[in-house]
Design a binder for this molecule. Structure first.
Ligand code: 4AD
Ligand code: MG
Length: 431
């Protein structure tokens, strides 16, 4: 019996007979030959069935296959320079598991709603597979970056008693008799972890009940949140640019085929190397005003503003020192200019918008108390967070990278709905 193998391993079996568990992606036939486009998740290979060289039942099986039928195919692996994978299989046997009837996603064009309703099947397409493979590589590269630098992975809770990023977009739920919220960000817990372990990062799902239907917003998205004791804004930015460069270059090195499937301009990604340009919020406002945008100092940027700023650069750009009034309660004011905070957003090129939000955190207990009052945050709920300023407070900084926006940018996608296997969008909870 032929050895079973994955399509990605066929290069090790040239000239041998192997058996592959697979689905039919597509089929072409020309009279006496059937060309089977086979996929097994690990890759693609063409199986060639020649009528005059196989038993009649094998030929009949090949002729009966429909899109997404499942089977084991046995055959000999050959090198084939003209095929995209470099290999082909001369089929000698087909064991059908199931003939799939009326697979809904045909090679013709389908509308977005139809595809989203069939997301559980849509992810089988070569394009969606390429995106999910790149997402997986991004996650691997993220963990490699932090693990190699001695950061410890810490998992903050999903169910929380209070908010991190403001109260307007919290998902409410009951926790037995108490009220609870799905986490918007693990940051506050990561600050506690940084005081215990020094340099930490988290990777987990976060939730925002945002009534925004844009190509950048998900209701449920995954965030990478490093937090570092004894690190100021300057070092925070240096780590971020090294980090993002590492992630992008890992994808370029390890996912070239997938980037080609997506027709991504790889030269644009190859260019993403630290250092990244930096401008202050003040400079960004001046640039926007000089270029016909009607935005006063003190207002937050919207997507069109971010895109206009990013267009001047072919790398991600940091915008630093935003007004204190439009940023989160925990950001440390600039000691020389308390109306701005020691923060930075990283804006991706090509119109993909903010991929990182980060800052140095307030370490002074008195100022933190003041902020709680200004933001109407209950002292009891945040008592534990205050303790971090009370018992050995230190300068510290951190940031959050949105995974899906990063995937959208690296893959060159129009919309974040394709960046995660089962996106949660405004008014979409199915499948
Ligand atoms: O800027 P945000 O809100 O920052 C925080 O949550 C901080 N507590 C992070 C930290 O310092 N530890 O979110 C961080 C990133 C954004 O830059 C964006 O990439 C992503 O999370 N993000 C979203 N991605 C998809 N859909 C949404 N609705 C998102 N909201 C934020
Ligand atoms: Mg932000």
């Amino acid at each position: 019996m032929a050895a079973q193998c994955l399509i990605r391993e066929v290069n090790r079996h040239v000239g041998e007979s192997v058996r592959i568990g697979c689905w039919l992606n597509n089929v072409r036939s020309s009279g006496k030959i059937v060309f089977l486009q086979l996929r097994d998740g690990s890759g693609y290979i063409q199986g060639v069935v020649v009528k005059s060289e196989v038993a009649e039942e094998v030929w009949n099986a090949a002729k009966s296959l429909t899109q997404e039928s499942s089977m084991y195919v046995t055959g000999t692996i050959r090198e084939e320079p003209r095929s995209p994978s470099g290999y082909e299989m001369t089929v000698t046997g087909i064991e059908i598991i199931q003939i799939a009837q009326d697979y809904p996603i045909t090679p013709k064009e389908h509308g977005v709603d139809f595809l989203m309703d069939h997301r559980h099947l849509w992810i089988r397409s070569p394009r969606q597979r390429a995106i999910l493979v790149i997402r997986s590589e991004i996650i691997r590269a993220v963990q490699q970056f932090f693990d190699e630098r001695g950061f410890k992975l810490v998992d903050p809770p999903i169910l929380t008693p209070s908010s991190c990023e403001g109260t307007t977009n919290l998902f409410h739920t009951k926790y037995f008799e108490e009220d609870a919220f799905l986490t918007q960000s693990g940051q506050l817990y990561m600050e506690a972890a940084a005081m215990a372990l020094g340099r930490v990062y988290s990777f987990g799902p976060t939730f925002r009940a945002e009534k925004s239907k844009t190509r950048r917003h998900l209701i449920e998205f995954w965030m990478i949140e490093p937090e570092m004791a004894f690190v100021d804004l300057e070092e925070n930015l240096r780590i971020q640019e090294e980090f993002v460069s590492h992630v992008v270059q890992s994808v370029v090195a390890n996912c070239r085929k997938e980037l080609e499937t997506l027709e991504r301009d790889i030269s644009k990604l190859e260019n993403i190397k630290a250092p990244f340009p930096r401008i202050t919020y003040d400079e960004a406002i001046k640039f926007l005003q000089d270029n016909g945008h009607d935005i006063p100092w003190g207002e937050d940027f919207g997507a069109p503003h971010e895109t206009a700023i990013a267009e001047s650069y072919d790398k991600p750009v940091f915008i630093t020192h935003y007004p204190t009034s439009i940023k989160a309660f925990y950001m440390k004011p600039d000691p020389n200019r308390p109306e701005v905070v020691l923060c930075a957003d990283m804006i991706a090129p090509e119109g993909y918008g903010e991929i990182i939000g980060g800052s140095q955190r307030i370490d002074d207990p008195d100022l933190m108390e003041e902020r709680f009052q200004e933001h109407n945050l209950s002292k009891e709920a945040y008592q534990w967070y205050m303790d971090l300023r009370k018992y050995g407070t230190v300068p510290h900084s951190g940031f959050g990278l949105g995974l899906e926006r990063t995937v959208a940018w690296i893959c060159g996608l129009d919309h974040v709905r394709e960046t995660i296997a089962f996106p949660r969008l405004l008014y979409r909870l199915y499948p």
